[in-house]
Ligand binder design. Structure first.
Ligand SMILES: [Zn+2]
Length: 169
């Protein structure tokens, strides 16, 4: 058995969280989710809780970085870039560790893009994107990251985060 090496405080923190949540063999650990948002993350990533994907959830853990946080552990699933783009909507400070064979194989950060293509539908009922005769890609502009302000590219309507989560494609 090899002791895990802690090369940076952040890495040490990831290792601590991995112990806090039962160790997994393969999958993804999502750390630094704002407290109370883990369920939304599960939803936004399209993890079907009726299916066989084991998911562990730790809520309201004290964090130096964001006050309190949630941590998610998803077995046998590795996040791709599209997942990260979605995750950025809810958890812009999230750090992701891909676990392979019980070790951190890859670490990733989320980054909210300026342009969100086919992530969510516009919430405005009269938006041109609702016109079935003229299919357009769903497109949102991130006007501001902090505070988060997202507008439809076509109609300019501001999108509430809860609506966005509802309207995820
Ligand atoms: Zn619109």
């Amino acid at each position: 058995m090899q002791e895990p090496r802690c090369e940076s405080p952040e890495e040490g923190e990831v290792m601590t969280e991995m112990r806090r949540v039962t160790a997994i063999r393969n999958g993804t650990v999502i750390d630094h989710i704002p407290s109370g948002y883990a369920m939304q993350v599960i939803r936004i990533l399209g993890i079907d809780t009726d299916r066989a994907t084991p998911v562990s959830l730790v809520m309201n853990v004290p964090s130096d970085k964001i006050g309190r946080k949630d941590v998610l552990k998803i077995e046998d699933r590795e996040l791709d870039q599209e997942d990260l783009d979605r995750l950025a909507l809810i958890a812009p400070a999230a750090s992701i560790a891909i676990i392979r064979n019980h070790a951190v194989a890859e670490k990733m950060k989320v980054e909210l893009a300026d342009d969100l293509l086919n992530i969510a539908r516009c919430s405005f009922s009269n938006c041109i994107t609702k016109n079935n005769h003229e299919p357009l890609p769903q497109r949102m502009r991130v006007v501001s990251q902090d505070p988060l302000e997202i507008r439809c590219y076509y109609c300019g309507c501001g999108q509430e985060i809860d609506e966005l989560i509802e309207n995820i494609i």
